[in-house]
Design a protein around this ligand. Structure first.
Ligand SMILES: [Zn+2]
Ligand SMILES: [Zn+2]
Length: 330
């Protein structure tokens, strides 16, 4: 009786799988085991192995999922979901229902391929104050990160072809100084692009280029290296926070002493502090960032050490002259 029950299910599967499971390949279809290769995209795919245990259909069909791209943890979770479903089907056909369930999961779940990256984001990057909204169907993750009185909202969309294509990043809203939110954003987009496009200049020793997952990388960069960092980053000269505590009092006039300058090494300075520093000796070897000793390159102070020296000498001479005048007047 069990044998003919299984035979009927196998027959049904052979007849229906193309219609019921489009894009799948039936690799084996025997009473011993059934194997189906399910593919949504190059990366979103798994092999489903099914076995009829003793006593089937009064016992649950045994499901095993194999995949090089879908993380083990997710496959385990999915196997458990299948177990729960098949228990409900005790005594009834289970083969097609389980396959349908798995197919649906693969179709509806762009996050299947990046479940570990997503759980990293939820566990390591987000605090209770922040907000995260994950939409399975559209593959989008919306995040609002709060740091002191600053906030930054952005959206990441995982494309169908992920990770061969990079996550798409969209700016939503923020109260960071405008220049900063633009820079964060452009850098994130550039990093994501580099995950999937080979460098133009290839070094001969480089291994062949393989696209890398970009979701965790980008989220970590934006949250840790940008949004959490800058509201507390000190001016490298006076050591006060470069960002004012109240975002509304961010200075927008570039020549104002409290205007925030971000230099090549990513350290911050108050415009006034940096201006004095750049115009004060020693100049030999160029001015270096006190925080990291990297040379400071900045459009506003783009002059040679020699010119800086001359200007400083000139200014000193003027200051001395003025001091003499003051002495004279006293
Ligand atoms: Zn300062
Ligand atoms: Zn620096």
């Amino acid at each position: 009786m069990a044998d003919s029950f299984i035979q009927t299910e196998l027959h049904e599967l052979r007849k229906e799988y193309q219609k019921e499971l489009p894009g799948s390949e039936l690799i084996a279809c025997h009473p011993v085991s059934v194997r189906v290769k399910m593919t949504k995209t190059e990366y979103r795919q798994f092999d489903v192995c099914l076995q009829f245990p003793e006593g089937y259909p009064n016992t649950s069909i045994v499901v095993e999922l194999k995949s090089k791209t879908i993380p083990e943890k997710l496959r385990d979770g999915l196997t458990k979901v299948c177990d729960t479903e098949t228990k409900k089907l005790c005594g009834k056909p289970q083969l097609l229902p389980v396959l349908r369930l798995l197919k649906q999961f693969l179709d509806d779940n762009p996050f299947a391929i990046c479940s570990e990256e997503l759980s990293f984001i939820k566990k390591e990057l987000i605090t209770e104050k922040d907000q995260i909204k994950v939409k399975q169907k559209s593959g989008s993750i919306s995040m609002t990160i709060y740091q002191d009185n600053y906030y930054f909202s952005f959206k990441m969309i995982v494309p169908e072809e992920y990770p061969a294509k990079q996550v798409c990043i969209q700016k939503v809203d923020d109260n960071f100084p405008k220049l900063f939110s633009t820079v964060f954003f452009n850098q994130a987009i550039e990093m994501a692009r580099q995950c999937v496009e080979p460098p133009l200049k290839k070094k001969p020793k480089d291994a062949p280029f393989e696209p890398k997952p970009s979701l965790k990388l980008i989220a970590k960069f934006l949250v840790e290296d940008c949004i959490r960092r800058y509201p507390r980053d000190p001016c490298q000269i006076c050591k006060d926070n470069a960002f004012p505590p109240d975002p509304k009092s961010v200075v927008t006039v570039p020549s104002n002493d409290r205007y925030i300058e971000r230099v090549y090494c990513c350290h911050l300075f108050h415009h006034g502090c940096l201006d004095t520093f750049m115009k004060t000796p020693p100049f030999t070897g160029g001015k270096k960032c006190p925080g990291c000793k990297q040379r400071i390159y900045h459009d506003k102070w783009n002059i040679t050490p020699r010119l800086a020296e001359e200007r400083w000498a000139h200014q000193e001479a003027k200051r001395r002259e003025l001091a003499e005048v003051v002495d004279f007047l006293e």
